[in-house]
Design a protein around this ligand. Structure first.
Ligand code: UDP
Length: 334
């Protein structure tokens, strides 16, 4: 199999590339490096079958096989990202995913979800490839149904600061289904819930890397609001397993992928203190605008369709994550 991973140098993308190489696939990772980093895949560069391309997919992915001038893959002259050998599967993960990243890059976030998704779907159409769109639990917004099932349509503020991500991904889902219906593309959607693990950026603003960095540095842990809001955290290896299982089907989804183990943010802070042995205190800070109050996936569909459920307990995943950040403590402080 030959896979194209958009966002392949990101947190989740780099783990996906590694898992694909481990099972013997060839991988082309494409990344704009807005929120990804070549360092996430530097250990893969020497592996046979791996290629990293720095490229913004909003500029297109062509020319591609079967495209040609004016053809379906013609992007009006963007550099060729791929040679014309067949791609079997496209894992479309490219998008800033941390609230502070998409607040810093609102237009890029909208562009990659719209034009970038279209480029990925177009390529899948030309190659007859399976495409998996990495969507998000954010399509449920501040959910009024709990836990969230895939048939819940969500409660999203279309004009708030998070909307560039939420609505971007909702548009990407609509585009994916339109390509499936109109063009017969074997495309499907997974909705990824909060995921954590090694290779998150220490300063990406998300709860686990932030708390771990602060705890290791002996700084206060910045708990937003009163910390009663909940999240359900999935270790990255489990997520990647679910993603690749879904890629191996012809299912349209959407399918939730996440760990239903729900905890309050305050509890997460206490767990991080215990896992690091830190004596940092908690500092309560303003809740971000439109911060969802609860979040927990119903994973019945993933269990039934994919035989998947998360296997890494929170305590183990957190310990592995802390160990990884501990090794890079000086970098994180910088
Ligand atoms: N959060 C927090 N302190 C931080 C970072 C995040 O209390 O330093 C909270 C945030 O307000 C949210 C939850 O942790 O309620 C998860 O935030 P994250 O940015 O990780 O992901 P989200 O689920 O909001 O996309």
């Amino acid at each position: 199999m030959r896979a194209l991973v958009t966002g392949g140098a990101g947190f989740v993308g780099s783990h996906v590339c590694e898992a694909l190489l481990d099972r013997g696939d060839e991988v082309v990772a494409v990344d704009s490096m807005i929120s990804g980093s070549p360092r996430n895949v530097s250990h893969l560069l020497s592996r046979p079958g791996f290629r990293l391309v720095r490229h913004d997919i909003t500029e297109g992915l062509g020319p591609v096989a079967g495209g040609g001038p004016g053809g379906p893959g013609d992007d009006g002259g963007a550099a060729a990202v791929l040679d014309d050998r067949r791609v079997d599967v496209v894992l479309h993960l490219a998008c800033p995913a941390s609230p502070i990243d998409y607040a810093s890059y609102p237009l890029e976030t909208l562009d990659v979800s719209s034009r970038g998704t279209r480029a990925a779907l177009e390529l899948a159409a030309v190659h007859g490839a399976r495409l998996v769109l990495a969507s998000t639990s954010e399509v449920y917004g501040d959910p009024l149904v709990h836990p969230q099932t895939e048939d819940y349509w969500g409660n999203v503020n279309p004009v708030g600061p998070r909307s560039v991500y939420d609505e971007g991904k909702r548009f990407a889902e609509a585009l994916t289904m339109a390509y499936r219906r109109e063009r017969g593309v074997d495309a499907g959607i997974v909705r990824i819930f909060n995921t954590y693990g090694p290779r998150m950026r220490a300063h990406d603003g998300r709860v686990v890397p932030t708390f771990v960095r602060q705890a290791l540095a002996g700084e206060p842990l910045t708990v937003a609001g009163d910390g009663s809001q909940t999240r359900s955290l999935c270790y990255v290896d489990d997520l990647v397993d679910g993603l690749l299982r879904f890629a191996g089907t012809a299912e349209p989804g959407p399918v939730n992928l996440g760990n239903p183990n729900e905890r309050s943010v305050r509890q997460i802070a206490h767990d991080v203190l215990a896992a690091t042995g830190s004596r940092s205190r908690l500092r309560f800070v303003d809740l971000p605008t439109d911060d969802p109050k609860v979040r927990r996936p119903d994973i019945t569909r993933a269990r039934e369709l994919l035989g998947w459920e998360p296997g890494v307990p929170w305590e183990d995943g957190l310990a592995r994550t802390v160990a990884w950040f501990r090794e890079r403590r000086e970098e994180a402080a910088a």
